[in-house]
Design a protein around this ligand. Structure first.
Ligand code: DAH
Length: 348
């Protein structure tokens, strides 16, 4: 009996010593299992109580229980301590160094392509043009046939085309919007529209060509609309876009959907018309194609060419942006280089 008491005391001492020196929660759990679990040392001492004589059972039992209680308390205290220490360590590990510079969020800017597209549209809207949306995917009928380019027309070859497998195509020119607008206007009354959008051609990309580019198409139809109206409208557009001093020059050209057709040049901003490297010594830079709407186009659109006439034009968006901002390579519009994009800020 005395040896049982001795053993209990020894066990209590050992356990408390070990508990106090446990350096981690996992080690503490191991110690707990050794002393306090069902098969642990203290439990097996308690089970020996049945061999103790009845008269001493109460006293010895109380000693054993006390020992167990003391170990249990020591365990709980150390457990709390260790948890706190471990939590502290964890928090220290997770501390955020607020002296580190934060991540940079660069606010986006509008691509100059869209700045100029909107500016072109605004200028024409201020002259009473309505803005209509076209389709990127077109049928041959709208992209070619209704623009006086039947199936075997050689002018189709100049617009190497992306055909889709369903017989449709990516439009090669915004002129397709002309055909839609004429057809959709059931009143067959006067029209004044611009239609901005992307065009696609199987071009090899270089400094001035891209397989994808933007145009703004213009179309005016009404009684007595003449080349003089075309010239006056485009001269005003050029002054608003490039400045009061810019002049335009019309050069005879050919488009299947206009007759007569012209190419329109603007006087060179760099040399003022004297001739320089920018205008290749000519003093002029081409910016768009235009002409009087071909009678066949009017007829196919349901208009009577004996009653009405019209003019049309197609401006290259990148071309205008390149001249306006002095951009040297069309591919820059599509490369998403932040240094390039950030140099264009919208004023408001
Ligand atoms: N569609 C022509 C092209 O992509 C540009 C053009 C020329 C449009 C004359 C017109 C026009 O409306 O009248 O090359």
């Amino acid at each position: 009996m005395e040896s049982l008491i001795e053993e209990a005391k020894k066990c209590q001492e050992d356990a408390i010593k070990e508990i106090e020196s446990a350096s981690s929660s996992s080690r503490l759990m191991e110690i707990r299992n050794i002393y306090l679990s069902k098969k642990g040392r203290l439990s097996s001492l308690l089970s020996e109580l049945r061999n103790v004589e009845a008269k001493d059972k109460g006293r010895v039992g109380a000693i054993l229980n006390k020992a167990r209680e003391a170990v249990q308390n020591a365990f709980l205290a150390r457990e709390k301590q260790l948890k706190e220490e471990e939590m502290k360590k964890e928090l220290e590990k997770e501390t955020i160094d607020i002296s580190l510079p934060g991540r940079n969020f660069t606010p986006g800017t509008i691509n100059p392509f869209y700045l100029i597209r909107d500016e072109i549209c605004d200028i024409f809207a201020s002259m009473g043009f309505r803005i209509v949306e076209g389709n990127d995917i077109e049928s041959e009928r709208y992209n070619f046939e209704l623009l006086n380019m039947p199936h075997d027309h050689p002018a189709r070859d100049m617009q190497d085309t992306f055909y889709l497998t369903n017989g449709l195509l990516l439009r090669t020119q915004t002129s397709a919007a002309q055909a839609h607008t004429l057809e959709e206007d059931l009143s067959k009354g006067p029209l004044r529209i611009v239609s901005p959008g992307k065009c696609y051609r199987r071009d090899d990309d270089d400094m001035t060509h891209s397989h994808q580019f933007g145009q703004v198409e213009g179309l005016v139809v009404g009684k007595g609309v003449s080349m003089a109206d075309l010239k006056g409208t485009l001269a005003l557009f050029v002054k608003k876009m490039f400045g009061e001093k810019r002049k335009i020059r019309l050069r005879s050209s050919y488009f299947p959907f206009t007759e007569p057709s012209v190419e329109v040049d603007v006087s060179c901003a760099k040399c003022g018309g004297k001739g320089c490297n920018m205008c290749k010594g000519t003093g002029w830079i081409e910016i768009l194609g235009a002409g009087e709407v071909h009678p066949n186009v009017l007829k196919m659109g349901g208009y009577d060419p004996k009653e009405v006439s019209g003019f049309a034009f197609g401006v290259g968006i990148e071309r205008v942006a390149m001249l306006r901002y002095g951009i040297d390579d069309i591919r820059r519009f599509y490369q998403n280089d932040i240094r390039f994009l950030a140099s264009f800020h919208q004023e408001d």
